[in-house]
Design a protein around this ligand. Structure first.
Ligand code: XUL
Length: 497
């Protein structure tokens, strides 16, 4: 009988499930439920409740819970042998919080999620109480951010004090769903706990000063923090699983993706090229970005991971392409026609306010770059983005040895060649549609074997599941072209911020 492991992923728009046959190194089943379509009575749009204030983004936690029931019903209907699943874990969109009363019912009908940016004043209050940006990052791994749970809890306490007082337990999306699966209040792992501005990033315990700066009596309302392999207990009987199956703690989607992409050694990095670009990598030692631009979370291996988000990703590449009336083929040809290093030309492509580097006023700035030279501008936007990634990931003090490229624009090999040259590192493509759910299933396998006294190395856990696309590797060809340019780029950034 095959031993199966289930990984669930509750993201902003959907709930996904992946069942792996671990011994066969095979994905045995995968499915996804779109919240808007499968549960229309919650009236969400892309998983979020419409709200007159564009800064406010909430979702109904009841919808996530109902989706879990639907997913198990679907698996049963699809013939998934639920009784052969030996352990279950999961992944949740990070930062979102669920407020429960002592009897387990909701103390707040909606949950603020990661897209919410309505807590700027609370961020400032917490940041000041902890001693500024660098002190905040040193303490919790990140500057105070609007979407992080601490500032969201503070806003709830300030605006709805009696509902806050009636809250006995605050969960994240991950621990809320883990609690339903285990049939009891679930702890939080060090990966998702780090996304709250409340956890001491080095000690991996609640940070007393951060708790005090956030809201009163918070320590009593938060669950314990545990490693990502913690077994909560047997699964609840209501899902039709084997009663001996283990329910593991869940984690955030980014920490789970670190495993789902096989980032288990120093130097392994993933870059996702989407509307925004994201750089995330494994770190053995805890280092923080004292500029407060990058984030540090616990990794499921017990080490650390970084996450750096660049707002102007595909957004900026498309704007430049459109500015010169090109399609992608034309954009790529333009890049190929120009030399690496672009004869010293620099573009700062901040079409929208940028997160990294922190730039509040949008603007496009050119240095030694003719605005009428279409080809040089196309190369300049991509080179600038890659130089920003190289420069603003230096605080990690880990030189990438292999980059895995994902996301829509990762099919563009011209862009990947610039990435390989600027980062001076081989780049390979990897499919990631389900990396968080896969990472959760692999975490379930890791936790299970540890629990039964047969621990496996992480390299044995991910083997066969996280291979890059065969033949997709691109090697650096002209890394020397960027030695001086990156210094010039840094000076231009300094000048314009
Ligand atoms: C990370 C973040 C997002 C969510 C998306 O800080 O806000 O990646 O985790 O689900």
């Amino acid at each position: 009988m095959a031993q199966l492991f289930l990984g669930l992923d509750s993201s902003t728009q959907s709930l996904s499930a992946i069942v792996i046959d671990f011994a066969a190194r095979r994905i045995a089943y995968e499915a996804s439920l779109n919240f808007d379509q499968a549960l229309p009575h919650y009236r969400t749009v892309n998983g979020v409740l419409p709200h007159p204030d564009p800064l406010v983004k909430h979702s109904p936690p009841q919808m996530w819970a109902e989706a879990l029931d639907l997913m198990f019903a679907k698996m049963k209907k699809d013939g998934v042998p639920l009784r052969d699943i030996v352990a279950v874990s999961g992944s949740g969109q990070q930062h979102g919080s669920v407020y429960l009363k002592a009897d387990g019912r909701l103390a707040r009908q909606t949950s603020p999620i990661w897209m919410d940016s309505s807590t700027s004043s609370e961020c400032e209050e917490i940041r000041q109480a902890l001693g500024g940006i660098a002190a905040m990052a040193e303490a919790t791994g990140s500057d105070a951010y609007e979407r992080f749970t601490g500032p969201q809890i503070r806003k709830f306490y300030k605006t709805e004090p009696s509902a806050y007082a009636a809250t006995a337990h605050i969960a994240l999306v991950s621990s809320y769903l883990a609690g339903l699966l285990a049939g009891k209040i679930a702890p939080l792992d060090h990966g998702d706990g780090a996304g709250m501005n409340l956890m001491d990033i080095r000690r991996k315990q609640w940070h007393p000063a951060a708790l005090a700066a956030t809201a009163p009596d918070l320590a009593q309302k938060l669950p314990p923090l545990v490693p990502a392999w913690h077994v909560i207990g047997p699964v609840s009987r209501r899902f039709g699983l084997n009663e001996n199956a283990l329910a593991l703690v869940w984690s955030g989607d980014n920490p789970c993706s670190v495993i789902g992409l096989g980032l288990i050694r120093p130097g392994l990095v993933a870059i996702s090229l989407g509307t925004s670009d994201t750089y995330f990598g494994y770190m053995q030692e805890c280092r923080v970005d004292t500029h407060g631009e990058g984030h540090v979370f616990g990794a499921p291996t017990g080490d650390y991971m970084s996450l750096i988000c660049f707002k102007n990703g595909s957004l900026a590449r498309e704007k430049v392409r459109d500015l010169y009336g090109l399609d992608w083929a034309g954009f790529n040809q333009a890049i190929t026609r120009t030399p690496p290093g672009n004869n010293g030309a620099i573009l700062l492509p901040w079409f929208e306010a940028e997160i990294v580097p922190r730039v509040n006023r949008p603007g496009i700035h050119r240095f030694d770059l003719d605005p009428n030279n279409a080809a040089a501008n196309c190369r300049a936007v991509v080179e600038a983005q890659m130089m920003a990634m190289r420069l603003h990931s230096q605080w990690m003090n880990v030189r990438p040895s292999r980059i895995l490229a994902t996301g829509g624009a990762s099919t563009n090999t011209t862009i990947l060649q610039v990435m390989a040259d600027v980062m001076n590192c081989p780049v390979a493509r990897i499919e990631v549609a389900k990396s968080a759910a896969l990472g959760a299933a692999l975490r379930a396998a890791h936790g299970y074997y540890l629990h039964i006294g047969q621990p496996l190395a992480w390299s044995d856990i991910v083997a066969g599941f996280t291979n890059p696309i065969a033949g997709s590797e691109i090697l650096p060809q002209h890394p020397e072209a960027y030695a001086a340019l990156i210094e010039k780029y840094a000076r231009c950034e300094q000048q314009q911020r």
